[in-house]
Design a protein around this ligand. Structure first.
Ligand SMILES: C[S@@+](CC[C@H](N)C(=O)[O-])C[C@H]1O[C@@H](n2cnc3c(N)ncnc32)[C@H](O)[C@@H]1O
Length: 273
C-alpha cells in the first residue's frame, strides 16, 4: 500500500499548488529583497547554536551548506571545521554571508552562486564530509535534489525543515485577501517518505521552538507582511493592519509576532546502509 504513493510526485504537486509559490514567482528575487532583514533576524536569535550542537562534527571535516542564506550555520560551522562550501542562488544573501565571514576573520568558506539543481558534482564541487540543507528545501524535483546530496556526502546528510503548519497568520489572512484557503508548502514528512522510497531509512527529531518576528513599528510590520503575502492594495493593507494590530506584542520598545512552531531534523549516515 505504501508503495502506491509516489511521494516525489506528491511533493511536486504540493510545491506547485502552494499559495506562497504562486505569489512569489521568482524565489531568488524574493530572497534578495529579504536578505538584510533575514540576516538581522538570524543575528538576534540563537537557533544556529542549538542546531549545530546536534551535528556530529570534527575539526578535520569539510561541510557543504546548501541554501546557506546569510550564513546562519556556515559562520559558526566555519569556526569549528576545516572548510565550508556554500551553494546559494541569492546574491543578496551571499553579500551578507561574505560580510559576516569578513567580520569574524573567516577565510575557509567558498561560495557558489547557484541553485542546487544547477550544481554538477565533480564539476562545481566534490564530496564533503557533511551535507546540510537548513530551511532551504525549495527544489521542485526533491528526489533528484536528495539523491545528489546523498551522492556528494562522504559521511552524513542533515536536513532541517518545518513539521506541520507554521503560518498561523497566513492561514488566517489568505482567505480574506485571496478568497481561498491557504495551501502550505509540503513539510518534512514528504522528505522522510521520499528518502524511504530511495532506500534511505533516516532518523528524525522533532523539536518545538518559539518563532519571533521583530519589527520596530506597526508600519514596518505591515510593509513586511504586504511583501510576504504579495499584496499592495489599500484594502489588503487594511486587512493586514487589523490582523497585526490585534496580534503584535510590544516589548522593550519593539513589536513582536510570536508563534510556536515545530521543526524536524532529518539525518542519515552513509554507513547506515
Ligand atoms: C529560509 S532561508 C534559510 C537560510 C539558512 N539555511 C538558515 O537556516 O537560516 C532559504 C535559503 O534557501 C535558498 N534557496 C532557495 N532555493 C534554493 C535552491 N533551489 N538551491 C539552493 N538554495 C536555495 C534561498 O536563496 C535562501 O537563502
Amino acid at each position: 500500500m505504501i508503495r502506491a504513493i509516489d511521494w516525489n510526485k506528491r511533493w511536486m504537486e504540493a510545491m506547485e499548488n502552494s499559495s506562497l509559490r504562486r505569489c512569489r514567482e521568482n524565489m531568488t528575487a524574493f530572497w534578495n529583497r529579504r536578505a538584510r532583514r533575514y540576516n538581522e533576524a538570524v543575528k538576534r536569535n540563537n537557533r544556529s547554536m542549538e542546531m549545530i550542537s546536534k551535528l556530529d562534527i570534527d575539526p578535520a571535516y569539510t561541510v557543504l551548506d546548501i541554501g546557506a542564506g546569510p550564513g546562519t550555520l556556515t559562520i559558526p560551522l566555519a569556526k569549528r571545521v576545516k572548510h565550508v562550501t556554500v551553494v546559494e542562488p541569492s546574491s543578496g544573501m551571499l553579500v551578507c554571508l561574505k560580510e559576516n565571514a569578513r567580520s569574524e576573520g573567516l577565510k575557509n568558506i567558498t561560495c557558489i552562486n547557484k541553485r542546487w539543481e544547477d550544481i554538477v558534482p565533480g564539476v562545481d564541487l566534490d564530496e564533503h564530509d557533511l551535507v546540510i540543507a537548513s530551511y532551504s528545501l525549495a527544489m521542485l524535483d526533491m528526489k533528484e535534489a536528495l539523491s545528489k546530496m546523498n551522492r556528494v556526502a562522504r559521511r552524513s546528510v542533515y536536513l532541517f525543515d518545518f513539521a506541520g503548519g507554521r503560518m498561523k497568520g497566513y492561514s488566517e489572512l489568505w482567505p480574506r485577501l485571496y478568497g481561498e484557503e491557504f495551501r502550505a508548502r509540503p513539510d518534512y514528512i514528504y522528505l522522510y517518505n521520499i528518502l524511504y522510497e530511495m532506500g534511505i531509512y533516516a532518523n528524525v527529531e522533532i523539536s518545538k521552538t518559539e518563532f519571533k518576528e521583530r519589527f520596530s513599528s506597526l508600519n514596518e510590520a505591515i510593509e513586511e507582511w504586504k511583501e510576504n503575502l504579495g499584496v499592495s492594495t489599500p484594502e489588503a493593507e487594511e486587512v493586514i493592519r487589523t490582523y497585526l494590530s490585534a496580534n503584535l506584542v510590544e516589548e522593550d520598545g519593539a513589536f513582536y509576532l510570536k508563534n510556536e512552531i515545530k521543526s524536524a531534523m532529518i539525518w542519515w549516515k552513509k554507513t547506515d546502509g
